[in-house]
Design a protein around this ligand. Structure first.
Ligand code: GRF
Length: 261
């Protein structure tokens, strides 16, 4: 075999080395690559904090690639900063239309290409074409027992209607506002002395438990939206999703998801 000496041979050898080096790096990266999620927020980000904590303690086997807020200077962005997570604001007031904002958000998300998009207190209605782009990988948390009380002021509306229970739903996002297939619900009792504030505080405690749980199911490949049905551990969940209610016949006993102990 002749020695490699001409500039062309050296160049070719360099390319071969670079390619095999890249391939090795890529395959190393693929083997060790953690799933990534993007969290969209609009405000205080208490759910974001629960997700950050669950990622840090490895209850969720993913990294938060970015936190994006549609409002500047919110507490949620400070939480991301404090945790060393990349964060940015796409201020919806700077866009002429809903479509223009969604397009900017879409471009940002496509650059990051996360495995999952988590809406956590994200107070924007998204356009159908945006939602379609991320079908089956975008989830939302809504503070009511859907299909009851979609939209705003859920706690006050539940109290005004004399409901005895309120709660929270995590669902896949579809074009219908707060209308996508439910993944999980958790309920709390409404006491006679509850007002919207106290009820919101009780519901938030449940939110912080169930949202990281849903994210870890999805990241672990246990949860999917398949042909419009929510599948958990290869079983179709009922229309209201997995129920994290206390079973009345077994006080303090949560119903476990299939395969969950
Ligand atoms: C939560 O109740 C969430 O369900 C709703 O907004 C509230 C604030 O959430 N969509 P956070 O503290 O910003 O996570």
């Amino acid at each position: 075999m002749s020695a490699i000496s001409t500039p062309a041979q050296i160049h070719n050898l360099a390319l071969i080395c670079a390619n095999s080096h890249d391939r090795r790096i890529m395959s190393d990266k693929d083997d060790s690559k953690k799933s990534s999620i993007v969290v969209l927020i609009s405000g205080s980000g208490s759910n974001l904090q629960a997700i950050i904590d669950a990622c840090q303690s490895e209850k969720i086997a993913a990294d938060i690639a970015m936190v994006i807020s549609n409002r500047p200077n919110v507490l949620g962005l400070q939480r991301a900063e404090q945790a060393g997570i990349p964060h940015s604001c796409i201020d919806h007031t700077q866009f002429a239309s809903r479509e223009a904002f969604d397009q900017a958000l879409n471009e940002r998300l496509e650059t990051i290409n996360p495995d999952m998009i988590v809406l956590a207190g994200f107070m924007r209605i998204l356009t159908p074409s945006f939602v379609t782009n991320f079908h089956g990988k975008m989830v939302n948390i809504h503070p009511s027992l859907l299909p009851k009380y979609p939209g705003l002021n859920t706690h006050q509306r539940a109290i005004d209607d004399g409901e005895r229970q309120a709660g929270v739903t995590v669902h896949f996002v579809t074009a219908e506002l707060d209308g996508g297939p439910a993944i999980i619900q958790a309920a709390v009792d409404i006491e006679d002395n509850d007002d919207a504030k106290s009820l919101a505080a009780k519901v938030l405690i449940e939110e912080h438990t169930i949202y990281p749980r849903v994210i870890s199911w999805f990241i672990d490949g246990r949860l999917s939206l398949t042909n419009g049905k929510v599948m958990l551990d290869n079983e179709i969940l009922p229309p209201h999703g997995f129920h994290s209610f206390k079973d009345a016949s077994q006080p303090n006993a949560d119903q476990h998801a299939p395969n969950e102990h």
